[in-house]
Design a binder for this molecule. Structure first.
Ligand SMILES: Cc1cc2nc3c(=O)[nH]c(=O)nc-3n(C[C@H](O)[C@H](O)[C@H](O)COP(=O)(O)O)c2cc1C
Length: 150
């Protein structure tokens, strides 16, 4: 069964709300397994087993969460091959919001993943429209991996 891994870090809960909405959207597609994990619980083996990897990090002090970056550093050290897996990033921010872009750069340049080109950014807590965007992204990615190109 195709599998989506949604991993995230969140200090005050805003990115967590986004992550949960992404999962809801993805679960609307039957036959796709969706795993939601806090980033420090995720292993390189979890990444390798996923068909799509969605990474959420807020921006603090212009940086992505250290634990989120470490997931990819560990995968690089272990030589995990993520080439061609679907990738997307998201996160809550206050004013600059560069963290999800940094994660997309890693996915694209180091791991050659097939990424959704723009990160999903939401200022502070997601409102209903923001949560809908998250559900839509989860749904879009679940559909993509459930319909492999023949
Ligand atoms: C100490 C501190 C530093 C922050 N630095 C940034 C920053 O550099 N850029 C930015 O866009 N937002 C910044 N923010 C705002 C957070 O990204 C924002 O509050 C976000 O909603 C936190 O997400 P979370 O609830 O998932 O932890 C900062 C917030 C705090 C408290």
């Amino acid at each position: 069964m195709p599998k989506i891994l949604v991993l995230y870090y969140s200090r005050t809960g805003n990115t967590e709300k986004m992550a949960k909405a992404l999962v809801e959207g993805a679960q609307r597609v039957p036959g796709v397994e969706v795993q939601l994990s806090i980033d420090f619980e995720v292993t390189s083996e979890d990444l390798a087993a996923a068909d799509a990897i969605l990474v959420g990090t807020p921006t603090y002090n212009h940086e992505a969460a250290r634990s989120t970056q470490k997931v990819f550093e560990d995968a690089a050290v272990k030589g995990v091959n993520l080439k061609g897996k679907v990738g997307a990033s998201f996160g809550s921010y206050g004013w600059s919001g560069e963290a999800p872009r940094l994660i997309l750069e890693i996915m694209t340049n180091r791991f050659e993943m097939d990424v959704v080109p723009q990160p999903l950014l939401i200022k502070y807590g997601p409102d209903d429209a923001g949560l809908t965007k998250c559900r839509d992204l989860g749904h879009q990615i679940a559909k993509k991996i459930s319909q492999p190109i023949s």
